[in-house]
Write a protein that binds this ligand. Structure first.
Ligand code: UDP
Ligand code: MG
Length: 336
């Protein structure tokens, strides 16, 4: 007699691996409408790659149900993991903290709002398998992206490239693949005011890039307001360039040359001509222009000294309050 064996437990979907081939890192700030959708899309596309994978959500102190949703997703699928910040520390730190938890041989970072289409992932992975340690993506702007955002972003990348010598194409997004070696190099950088787009360029390694058509935000609103954009741009400039500090030297040289010229002229006029040195209006306006410039430069100095102060203080750059699925959470102190 042949008793039929019934399977008591459902077959395991796929056991999470300690070191998967691929980690997807997704910073998320109040993205409750998007998390399930991005999980669904990823869980369709990733199995086509024949690689083991994990998804790491870095909740940047969301004010909505995002963390609950991340926990639910983890219950459903152990390959979904998450960390949660104690408050909003900013996109760049969420991304960095996510990278620190990722175990994959390659790590892909992308936004939670589906503006970075998961359908591009196979292309990223095949570039990696062909030997690129970093695969950049260049965003081809969607018609919906505002004129303001397009132009400011283009000018910002031009200015940054000019000031710092780090060549960043306009449309560089935080959507890219990095090899384990690159991620480890990034994690060695301990600076405040993270500007990961620049840092990834800075570390070097063989790289390639692909283009993608940016989509519309699936649900919710952008949290990158003007203030956050300016803050990120300023972090980019001050962490990569000392040119603003050197502006003072250039202005100093030009004005002192002009002053010497004027002095020579005044002596000449006194000795050889009868004309008095004319008007004080010009003198006063030059004086006030120079004072203006001087204060701007003092302010700039203050900015850089402020950065030094922040570095010296050595506070953790982010704090993690909860986690799911990560056995050993890597805090900022652990990385520093
Ligand atoms: N984000 C974050 N912390 C923030 C702001 C944004 O982690 O303080 C995340 C956000 O959830 C998204 C990504 O960063 O996954 C890009 O943000 P967003 O879509 O708001 O910016 P945009 O695409 O409009 O530049
Ligand atoms: Mg977006």
């Amino acid at each position: 007699m042949n008793p039929t064996v019934t399977l008591k437990y459902p077959a395991p979907v796929a056991l999470p691996q300690a070191h998967p081939d691929l980690s997807i890192v997704i910073p998320a700030y109040s993205e409750e409408g998007n998390l399930e959708q991005i999980y669904l899309e990823l869980s369709k596309i990733l199995p086509t790659l024949q690689l083991s994978w994990e998804i790491i959500f870095a909740d940047d102190g969301s004010l909505d149900q995002s963390w609950q949703i991340i926990q639910d997703l983890h219950q459903k699928d152990q390959r979904v993991k998450g960390i949660r910040f104690s408050r909003n520390f900013g996109h760049q730190y969420a991304l960095y903290a996510g990278l620190a938890q990722a175990k994959g041989r390659a790590v892909i970072s992308m936004d939670a709002d589906l503006q970075h289409p998961p359908s591009v992932i196979p292309e990223l992975v095949s570039e990696w398998q062909n030997g690129s340690r970093i695969v950049y993506t260049i965003r081809l702007d969607h018609a919906d992206i505002s004129f303001f955002k397009k132009t400011t972003s283009r000018w910002f990348y031009k200015l940054l490239s000019f000031l710092s010598g780090v060549k960043l194409e306009s449309g560089t997004a935080d959507f890219r693949l990095m090899d384990r070696q690159v991620v480890d190099s990034i994690l060695r950088l301990r600076e405040e005011g993270l500007f990961l787009r620049g840092l990834v360029k800075w570390v070097g390694y063989p790289s390639s890039s692909i283009t993608f058509q940016s989509g519309e935000r699936f649900r919710g609103v952008s949290h990158y307001n003007l203030k956050k954009m300016v803050k990120l741009a300023w972090a980019g400039i001050t962490s990569f360039s000392l040119v603003p500090l050197r502006i003072g030297i250039v202005i100093g040289i030009i004005t002192s040359m002009a002053a010497f010229g004027e002095l020579a002229y005044a002596i000449y006029a006194k000795l050889f001509t009868e004309t008095a040195v004319p008007g004080w209006a010009s003198a006063v306006s030059i004086l006030s222009i120079l004072f203006g410039v001087l204060f701007i430069l003092v302010g700039l100095l203050g900015e850089y000294i402020g950065r030094i102060l922040i570095e010296v203080r050595g506070r953790p750059r982010f704090l993690i309050s909860d986690h799911v699925g990560v056995e050993q959470v890597r805090t900022d102190d652990a990385i520093r």
